[in-house]
Ligand binder design. Structure first.
Ligand SMILES: [Zn+2]
Length: 304
């Protein structure tokens, strides 16, 4: 962090004989930091009496090794996507080791370093974007962090694009791949299914590289869906609250794109409507200003 973006000055002054500590913060760059992320996790290793679902349904007897996170991809808005993988961590040993004579040895990789990197990103982010992330990705990483005794990262808002799509669109499918096709934004990378996950756990470098590309494509596609849907979202965090510029588009943060588009009545008062005008490079979002008194020149005769 450089001097221009954050400077903290502590000065002490004596008020009524008591030393009051005053913290003065100058020149903070308050623009919201938006990150899109996606995790890929390994399956549980289970014991079972049967491989078929009987009348009571299939069930595991016991968990031998719990699921772990293989890798996660993240993308700061408009920046290059990055991936962090368990196999790149210090001291990593593959979960599955084939021994001579046909035996197999299992061990669970240490996820602490991986989760620390994830924690750093969540801690830095103001807004965290994902596909089904509120129900899945965020909770999966939180499950690990809580179990490992991490303290919470600084607060962040979540935008789950899949949940938003369900609110806004009645589409045939809410899967990321289908949405990429529906909105003509691209597709998820194809993969061979379970053999790819197993290959990663066996330490197969080709499988691991493929998993990383698959993971990266997921965040790239998720960010595209986020940007497509963002102007339609009614409950996106207002970016003005992260900025000193108090008159920017509430979802994309641009200023010069805004044009006034009349008023929205609210009870006996009204709000100015602003349009983040596409013809000026805007995202198309209609934003509304603060609640103002009615125009004194307009005479409202009938009030009920
Ligand atoms: Zn905008």
């Amino acid at each position: 962090m450089d001097n221009e973006t954050q400077q903290s000055n502590k000065s002490e002054e004596i008020v009524n004989g008591k030393i009051e500590e005053e913290i003065i913060i100058e020149e903070i760059d308050m623009k919201a930091k938006i990150v899109t992320f996606d995790i890929e996790n390994m399956a549980n290793l289970l014991w079972s009496w049967s491989i078929y679902g009987g009348s009571n349904g299939w069930r595991a007897i016991d968990v031998e090794h719990e699921w772990h996170i293989l890798c996660f991809a993240y993308k700061w808005l408009g920046k290059k996507a990055e991936v962090v993988s368990i196999w790149d961590q210090k001291g990593y040993k593959p979960m599955i080791k084939r021994l001579k004579g046909g035996a197999t040895q299992f061990s669970v990789p240490d996820e602490r370093a991986l989760m620390q990197k994830m924690w750093d990103i969540l801690d830095e982010a103001d807004i965290v974007v994902g596909w089904n992330s509120v129900r899945f990705d965020t909770k999966k990483v939180q499950a690990k962090m809580v179990a490992m005794g991490f303290k919470p990262p600084s607060p962040f808002k979540e935008v789950d694009v899949m949940a938003k799509k369900k609110q806004i669109c009645a589409s045939n499918s809410n899967k990321l791949d289908d949405t990429g096709v529906e909105w003509d934004l691209g597709r998820k990378l194809p993969h061979s299914g379970w053999s790819l996950w197993k290959g990663c756990a066996e330490g197969d470098v080709k499988s691991q590289k493929k998993m990383e590309r698959y993971n990266i494509q997921d965040v790239v596609l998720t960010e595209k869906t986020y940007l497509r849907l963002r102007p339609w979202m009614k409950t996106h965090p207002n970016l003005n609250y992260y900025s000193r510029d108090i008159k920017a588009c509430s979802v994309c943060g641009q200023e010069k794109t805004l044009v006034k588009r009349g008023w929205a009545p609210s009870g006996q008062r009204r709000r100015q409507i602003y349009h983040c005008a596409p013809e000026r490079g805007g995202c198309g979002k209609y934003c509304s200003g603060e609640l103002l008194p009615q125009d004194p020149n307009s005479k409202i005769i009938i009030t009920k």
